[in-house]
Every structure is written in structure tokens, then in C-alpha cells.
Design a protein around this ligand. Structure first.
Ligand SMILES: *Cc1c(COP(=O)(O)O)cnc(C)c1O
Length: 371
């Protein structure tokens, strides 16, 4: 028995601390945009080494408000990967802008910078959303170079990559804005929804701060048409406690990834199981440990029969989603993303996962391929 994730185990570790902090919020009866949200914003800004951070209601809203602040709107082209969580592209489409998909690199699963540069050269693209998928940064240097050449803005989707770095720079700090999610299964997860935008651009920070309160800079006077998208004090209280553990938990995730690599090598499975590639100069934070395997669905069923939890991120690339059929993409447009959606399997990886459990996972996979 190895569960895919164990949030209850994590909670048991910090329950007393967290409950004490939540109690303080309840005693204060101040729930919206108080001192804890401000303090969390300061700490996330410090972690990312960016001057500004703005708490919002979710990672999806962090992306949406970033695009709104950049004045992305009707019929603007925004390039991104088809291999990501829905909201990366959903946020583009909700503003009436057009998601322009670019295929991925088969080793890192992130947007392919060469293909992106080619698209930016040919089309008038307004912004690009690189996603730091599963916890490793997209190849940002060539992405930023191409974006700069063609005057394209960058919104980093760092929802899965808090604490990751790329050639000395923190995930979220390289684009015009960086977007984080505090969804419970992210590396820094709240007790509900939450998100954060970081930026080095004062004007964008001011706009996003206004957009999260209906576009108002002064109460009841509205400069922009925004929305209600705030991080609340209870979430901030929980996240402030968890933030103290984040670096240790991240190191644990990295250690588990190393141990998986060791086990797969020892079991002589590298022919069947393609491991996620860690690029030089990148600190991968392993929100997920995603391997590529043949007969993925049969393997998954075999593991499930043994009580081993796995997940498929993602079974259908975004260009083939029903809601995007109006964009006119078809099967075969992005072969790397399509192949990965048939082969990808996320294995259990979380702080507290034991070595014995990891050995059980790899042994179960060995039995599937070797009988
Ligand atoms: C989780 C996630 C989001 C959205 O975050 P929510 O807080 O769930 O809205 C966006 N992009 C990626 C890549 C994610 O993993």
C-alpha cells in the first residue's frame, strides 16, 4: 500500500501550530486582506527575490489577473504549451484572447524554445506563458531572448514550481509576472484555494493589487473593471506556518527523486521507464515525479491492484479539449504532447514518503515488466 499523496500525514506534523494560528484569525474576526496576507506577500517576494507579491484567490486567477494587467484582450495571440493544467490556456481564452499552442520538449515536458522562437517570428504574439511543469523551470534564457526580440510579454506559470530555480534565478522572477498556486497538492498548499503573483514591475503590481478588488485603488472608486480575487487570512495563516517547512520539504522531494533514480537503475528498468530529465543549472522541486512508460494504462491498473496510487498528468492535451475545438487544432498537430499524454505516469512523491514505500513502487513496476 502506497498512497499517491498523504496530506493527512503532513497535517499531523504541524496540526498544533496551524490550529493555533487559525484560532488567532477567528478571534480577530478579520478575514480579508489583513496582516497575515501582507506578511505572506513579503515572504514570498523575498523567497522569489522579487520586489512585489500580491495574494489572490487561486493560481488560475494569478494567471488571469496577470494577463488583464498586461491588457491582453480580444483576439490577442498568447503562446503557451498544450501540455499543462487547463487554467494556463483557459485564462487566455476567458479574456477573448487566442491560445496559440507550441509543442513540448520530450525530455523536460516543457515548451520547446526553438519552436516557440519560430512561432514568435512568424506571428504577432502579444504574450507567452511558459509553464514550469512538475517543478522544473522551462528553458527561460532562449524564451526570454526570443520574447525580447519580438516585444512579447512573459507570464510565468510557476504553479508547480515554488522554490525552483533556473541558472541562479528563482521560478516566477524572470517574466513580467510569475504565478503561484496554493492548491492543497502544490508544494506549498493551503486548506483551500489560494494563489500569488510576483513581479518586479511596480506598475503591474499596482494594477494587479487593484484588479483583485474590482479594479479599485481607492475604496468605491473603480479605475479598472476587475474581480473579487483575494487570498484570505485563514489561508495566509496556514501558509505562513507551512512556509517555514517548505525548504526542508523541497529537499526531501529532491532526495526522493534521487532515490527513485537509484532504484530504477539498480532494477535495470531504464529501458522501459524513462525518467524525468533534470537539466543542468535547474533546481527541480518535484511537485510530481513523472516517468514515461510503455503500456501505461495496464501498468497503472497493475499498480492500483497492489494498492499503489499513481496519476496521469495529463490524459488529453489542451489543443484536443472539446472546449477548444473552435481553435481548429487536430490530432497530430503536437506529436510530442500527444505521445506524452499516452506515456506519462506520476509516481508517489511527497515529504514523508518512506524508502520502503519507494522500493515497493519500483519492485511492483519491475514485476509488471519482468513477470
Ligand atoms: C495548479 C495549477 C494551476 C492553477 O492553480 P489553481 O490554484 O488550482 O487555480 C495553473 N497552472 C498549473 C500548471 C497548475 O499546476
Amino acid at each position: 500500500m502506497v498512497p499517491f499523496i498523504d496530506l493527512k500525514g503532513q497535517y499531523r506534523m504541524i496540526a498544533t501550530e496551524v490550529e493555533g494560528e487559525i484560532k488567532k484569525v477567528m478571534d480577530s474576526q478579520l478575514f480579508i486582506l489583513g496582516e497575515r496576507v501582507r506578511s505572506l506577500e513579503e515572504r514570498i517576494a523575498a523567497l522569489c527575490r522579487t520586489p512585489y507579491a500580491i495574494g489572490v484567490a487561486s493560481g488560475s486567477d494569478a494567471i488571469l489577473l496577470s494577463l488583464m494587467a498586461l491588457e491582453i484582450g480580444r483576439d490577442d495571440l498568447v503562446a503557451t504549451t498544450p501540455y499543462t493544467f487547463f487554467s494556463t490556456a483557459g485564462s487566455i481564452a476567458r479574456l477573448g484572447a487566442i491560445p496559440l499552442f507550441v509543442d513540448i520538449d520530450p525530455d523536460t515536458y516543457n515548451i520547446d524554445p526553438e519552436r516557440l522562437a519560430e512561432v514568435l517570428r512568424r506571428k504577432k504574439v502579444k504574450a507567452v506563458i511558459p509553464v514550469h511543469l512538475f517543478g522544473q523551470c522551462a528553458d527561460m534564457d532562449p524564451i526570454m531572448e526570443a520574447a525580447e526580440r519580438y516585444g512579447v510579454r512573459i507570464v510565468e506559470d510557476a504553479a508547480q514550481a515554488i522554490g525552483a530555480s533556473y541558472r541562479g534565478r528563482m521560478a516566477g522572477s524572470m517574466g513580467d509576472t510569475g504565478c503561484f498556486s496554493f492548491f492543497p497538492t502544490k508544494n506549498l498548499g493551503g486548506f483551500g484555494d489560494g494563489g500569488m503573483v510576483v513581479t518586479g514591475n511596480e506598475d503591474l503590481a499596482t494594477r494587479i493589487r487593484a484588479l483583485r478588488v474590482h479594479g479599485s485603488l481607492r475604496r468605491y472608486y473603480h479605475t479598472y473593471i476587475g474581480c473579487n480575487s483575494r487570498l484570505d487570512e485563514i489561508q495566509a495563516a496556514v501558509l505562513l506556518v507551512k512556509l517555514r517547512y517548505l525548504e526542508g520539504w523541497t529537499e526531501e522531494r529532491r532526495e526522493k527523486a534521487r532515490y527513485y533514480r537509484h532504484l530504477f537503475r539498480e532494477a535495470d528498468l531504464l529501458g522501459e521507464v524513462r525518467l524525468p530529465v533534470e537539466e543542468a543549472g535547474c533546481r527541480h522541486v518535484y511537485n510530481q515525479f513523472v516517468v514515461r512508460v510503455p503500456s501505461r494504462d495496464a501498468l497503472r491498473e497493475h499498480l492500483q491492484g497492489l494498492g499503489i496510487g499513481t496519476e496521469v498528468y495529463y490524459p488529453l492535451p489542451l489543443h484536443l479539449q472539446e472546449c477548444f475545438s473552435y481553435l481548429g487544432y487536430r490530432e497530430g498537430d503536437f506529436p510530442e504532447a500527444e505521445r506524452l499524454s499516452r506515456e506519462s505516469l506520476a509516481l508517489p512523491i511527497y515529504p514523508g514518503l518512506t524508502r520502503e514505500s519507494q522500493e515497493e513502487v519500483v519492485e511492483a513496476i519491475r514485476r509488471f515488466y519482468r513477470g
